[in-house]
Design a protein around this ligand. Structure first.
Ligand code: NDP
Length: 473
């Protein structure tokens, strides 16, 4: 507590994330006030964790009075109308220089709207992504604030105190103007969808394609986690695949988990935002589509019975090929994600520093990985790559992994095993690296049926129309 007896900051919404964030702030010596619409939950949290000395307010008005000025109030409520509802309550109570932070997974367009709303008011608004799940919130998340720069400077000490630490520093940085923080968090989640899909596909190839027992799959992932693929998601995959099913003796829990993936929307938002910003992100799009198809379990069951596809073992693929296919697809996926961040930064005037984003993702968040250190290095060199995959380090790496990547995709297709993420990544690579592609015909067709015009190869930039004589019927 400060000398005035007032608190240093407040957390509104003490659910899974807010409760742990409040405790994390408190563990760093900050005096934390808390408020939750269901006040008894807030009191229960404070009682369960007396060491945090949380001061619980009965309502928003009391909460505001508990705070040192200018106030710092972090909202951890559900994205959507809940954020506006709390802002409506706070708005008449806040004074010059007070700061409200929305730390939930808000859609960046909503954040744009709230930034605009705050511009006419005395208080400042910060849209901030937080990643790391409940454990990260408690022990050190990766934090992605954006928006008002004055507010960032005032938030910086407490956020740096609670954020994760990695070899490359403390995992919080100013992501840029306006809604940059939530845009960055959205892309983080899109990349997370891609990583999870790629890992799931590789495990399926090991099982259904190579016939490995789960123990061998788990051991392979554990081994990969000691090398270049070291990451949170690879680590937890190895852990998950060893857990016995408490309800069936001798069985593993993974076999009891229904193959219907849930999603809360950030992956879909990433795909929509990419299309709106003119950036192709097929790995992430494939991951979102795969979750959609996974949820159509009954339809898949009927389609399998009706179409009876022949499935077989995969041939001529080694564990090293699978590792290379996974790693190269990750390079493709992160290249797409960072290209989206770059495009959005330019189009929306965020001023996002891509090297800094890679750096704050090296710790605390779900996609944390040693791989991100390579990305940070690529984006902090003087000669920044136009695309991540075009950084010299990655050019050589992809060339080395390409034969294994192709073997995996070809073998899986021949065996009838679905690998939408791995194959979309390779198709993206092959399209990206083909200076003359198949779109000539698309342009000709558009001109044929709609007089949409086209450019000639000998006069790019000049749009012409041709008469395309119809063939005799
Ligand atoms: P919880 O469901 O655990 O908590 C939600 C909180 O929001 C509760 O305190 C709830 O209060 C409050 N709330 C909901 N509706 C309203 C409303 N209309 N007015 C006031 N308060 C309201 O969710 P999480 O803690 O998991 O998530 C919070 C935010 O953090 C979300 O935006 C989520 O996407 C994001 N997030 C979650 C992560 C996770 O791993 N769980 C990771 C990263 C971000 P009450 O109990 O009274 O309903």
């Amino acid at each position: 507590m400060s000398e005035t007896g007032l608190c240093d900051l407040a957390v509104v919404g003490l659910g899974v994330m807010g409760g742990n964030l409040a405790r994390n702030f408190a563990s760093r010596g900050l005096r934390v006030a808390g408020y939750q619409r269901t006040v008894e939950h807030a009191h229960a949290l404070a009682a369960a964790h007396p060491e945090a000395h949380l001061r619980i307010a009965e309502d928003v008005a009391e909460l505001v009075k508990m705070l040192e000025r200018p106030r710092r109030i972090v909202l951890m409520v559900n994205a959507g109308p809940a954020v506006d509802a709390v802002l409506d309550q706070l708005d008449p109570l806040l004074e010059d220089g007070d700061i409200v932070v929305d730390g939930g997974n808000s859609l960046y367009a909503d954040t744009d709207r709230r930034v605009a709303r705050a511009e006419g008011r005395p208080w400042r608004f910060v849209g901030m992504g937080v990643s790391g799940g409940s454990e990260g919130a408690l022990l050190g998340p990766s934090i992605m604030p954006g928006g008002d720069r004055y507010a960032w400077e005032r938030l910086r000490p407490p956020l740096e105190a609670i954020a994760a630490r990695s070899a490359s520093g403390v995992c919080v940085t100013y992501c840029g103007r306006g809604s940059a923080g939530h845009f960055v968090k959205m892309v983080h989640n899109g990349i997370e969808y891609g990583d999870m899909q790629l890992i799931a596909e590789v495990t399926a190839l090991m099982r259904a394609g190579l016939g490995w027992p789960w123990g061998q799959v788990a051991d392979t992932f554990a081994g990969w986690n000691r090398g270049e693929l070291e990451s949170y998601l690879i680590e937890i995959t190895a852990d998950i695949l060893r857990v016995p099913d408490p309800q069936t003796a001798g069985a593993l829990l993974i076999d009891a988990v229904l193959d219907r993936a849930g999603q809360k929307g950030t992956g879909k938002w990433t795909v929509v935002a990419a299309a709106e910003h003119g950036v192709a992100i097929p790995t992430i799009a494939a991951a979102v589509d795969a979750r959609l198809l996974s949820s159509a379990k009954d339809l898949r069951t009927r389609a399998e019975a009706a179409l009876q596809p022949v499935r077989g073992a995969i041939q001529g693929v080694s564990a090293d090929d699978l590792r290379d296919a996974l790693y190269a697809s990750k390079i493709a996926s992160y290249t797409q994600g960072f290209a989206l961040l770059q495009a959005a930064s330019e189009a929306r005037d965020y001023g996002t520093n891509l090297g800094e984003i890679a750096r704050i993702w090296t710790g605390g968040c779900i996609i944390r990985a040693v791989f991100l250190e390579r990305i940070r290095a690529a984006f902090t060199q003087t000669d920044k790559p136009e695309l991540l995959m075009l950084a010299p380090d990655f050019v050589a790496d992809v060339a080395r992994r390409l034969p294994g990547w192709r073997r995996v995709v070809a073998a899986a297709a021949a065996a009838g095993l679905p690998i939408p993420g791995l194959s979309a990544s390779l198709a993206w690579f092959d399209t990206l690296t083909q200076s003359r592609g198949s779109a000539s015909l698309i342009q000709a067709q558009r001109d044929y049926f709609g007089s949409h015009t086209y450019e000639r190869v000998d006069a790019p930039g000049v749009f012409v129309h041709s008469e395309w004589p119809k063939s005799p019927q």
